[in-house]
Design a protein around this ligand. Structure first.
Ligand code: ATP
Ligand code: MG
Length: 449
């Protein structure tokens, strides 16, 4: 009796495990009104059927920080099969993690069953690879075991309309206040279980403007090569979340700082000593961030085009110096760099094809003689190629001028356009094949000289 009292006091005082902490409704600023109707419906239906149900993850985290969550996930002690009974048309998805998609009106709410600890004899439900990577994780548990298998403390806060309290088993509230991304458990072990967590750490740090806590950051550089073990398709999805979430430029800086970047985009990383290549990468990301803020369309094709262009262009230059004409040199360079990138991240064809078109058009934009300018301006990829040209000029890769010409051309009427092309021919700058076909490349001194 006394012994168990002492050991429970010891456990209670253990600094590494600050929870469980229940933050009562009056002691936090999260309100039911901030939560989508669909998520509230899902919670209520589970609770009415006698199950526990909590909002967890990004929804709670972002609301506590005053942001607008993009979705709400629900955690419950109901198994996927039990939960499925409660929602008409619900589907169980996923193999690695079986989750339920409950459809309420137009919204889909992800319902996950509390995950548990793994023990022997459960190989069927939970599997690890030789690298310590979790291949399957379908052992069920309770709220506490579910909390400690989540990635970061700020992602392991649970809110329920049954009492309106927040449940914090890992010190997430403190880390929200201190603006820290802290891994739950031993960081190296957790990264080995799932290397994507390394990327998630930088993603949340960039998005929330948090610091990565020292022990959480410490293993990143050494474990970065594990990114190679992630399936290329999953890595592509993660890259979109990293670079096309409105905080791409800051994420890029953090990925470089933690030495993760060169495992994702080695051909880009190898060029960053060149100030123009660095500037182009930053500008493309900044542009993407701005477009997302403005609710404009963004495409991975443009971003990939910008990130890989310095390597493509350098390779093209090498081939030209060995006597290959510019057009086939670009095609060969594009082929080489694209397949080298494919070894790291998948690029679905619907993006790689427009990416190559944006590159090809960089050779054609200087050639404006005759009816070429008119035809080019009608090309479906013209706008992207023109935006790309402007970024190249702004980055200092090429001298400015051509971009301005195209800006004026687009604003001009038919008469003025013909005039523009004629005066180009008079000044000898019509850029027929052979002359302007290298896009006015400006030679720069080598960066490190
Ligand atoms: P976002 O705003 O990007 O959606 P999020 O925190 O909701 O952020 P999700 O990817 O939607 O992130 O995941 C939901 C929750 O599931 C996370 O908050 C975290 O608790 C848990 N989670 C997701 N991925 C992992 C992972 N790789 N390892 C451990 N826990 C994870
Ligand atoms: Mg989410």
């Amino acid at each position: 009796m006394l012994n168990s009292l002492i050991s429970s006091i010891k456990r209670w005082r253990k600094p590494a495990n600050p929870g469980p902490r229940v933050i009562a409704r009056n002691d936090h600023n999260l309100s039911r009104r901030d939560i989508s109707r669909a998520a509230l419906t899902v919670m209520k239906r589970l609770q009415d059927a006698g199950f526990e149900a909590y909002i967890v993850g990004g929804g709670v985290r972002d609301l506590l920080l005053g942001g607008h969550p993009k979705d709400f996930d629900v955690a419950t002690d109901a198994t996927p099969e039990q939960a499925k009974e409660l929602f008409r048309g619900a589907r169980i998805v996923g193999r690695r993690f079986r989750i339920l998609h409950a459809r309420i009106g137009r919204e889909i709410i992800e319902v996950t069953t509390f995950r548990g600890h793994h023990s022997e004899g459960e190989e069927h439900e939970a599997q690890q690879s030789e690298h310590g990577m979790l291949l399957r994780d379908n052992v069920y548990g309770d709220l506490e075991s579910d909390a400690i298998r989540r990635d970061f403390t700020v992602n392991a806060l649970y809110y329920t309309t049954n009492g309106f309290a927040i449940h914090d088993y890992t010190g997430g509230m403190r880390d929200i206040e201190q603006r820290l991304i802290r891994m739950i458990g031993d960081p190296a072990t957790r990264y080995k279980e799932d290397p994507v967590r390394m990327l998630r750490a930088t993603r949340f740090a960039a998005k929330l403007d948090f610091n990565i806590e020292d022990k959480t950051a410490a293993p990143l550089e050494q474990l970065a090569p594990l990114l190679r073990n992630i399936a290329p398709a999953r890595l592509f999805d993660e890259i979109l979340k990293l670079l096309m979430n409105g905080h791409g430029e800051r994420t890029f800086e953090l990925l470089r700082q933690y030495r993760l970047w060169h495992h994702l985009f080695p051909d880009n990383a190898a060029c960053l000593e060149d100030p123009a290549a660095l500037a182009l990468s930053r500008l493309a990301l900044r542009n993407t961030d701005q477009r997302i803020r403005d609710d404009k369309r963004v495409t991975p094709a443009f971003l990939y085009a910008a990130l890989l262009w310095p390597a493509v262009s350098a390779e093209q230059q090498r081939l030209i110096e060995r006597g290959t004409p510019p057009v086939p040199a670009l095609a060969q360079a594009a082929q080489k760099i694209t397949s080298s990138q494919l070894a790291h991240t998948a690029i679905p064809k619907r993006f790689s094809i427009p990416m190559r078109e944006i590159w090809d058009m960089q050779l054609r934009l200087p050639q404006r003689g005759g009816s070429r300018a008119q035809r080019l301006s009608e090309h479906p990829r013209f706008r992207a190629a023109y935006d790309f040209l402007l970024l190249r000029e702004e980055s200092g890769e090429i001298a400015p001028g051509l971009g301005q010409w195209w800006t004026e051309f687009q604003q001009a009427d038919d008469e003025e356009r013909q005039q523009m092309v004629r005066s180009l021919q008079r000044s000898g700058g019509n850029g027929r094949r052979g002359r302007g076909s290298r896009g006015g490349r400006r030679r720069r001194p080598k960066a490190a000289e």
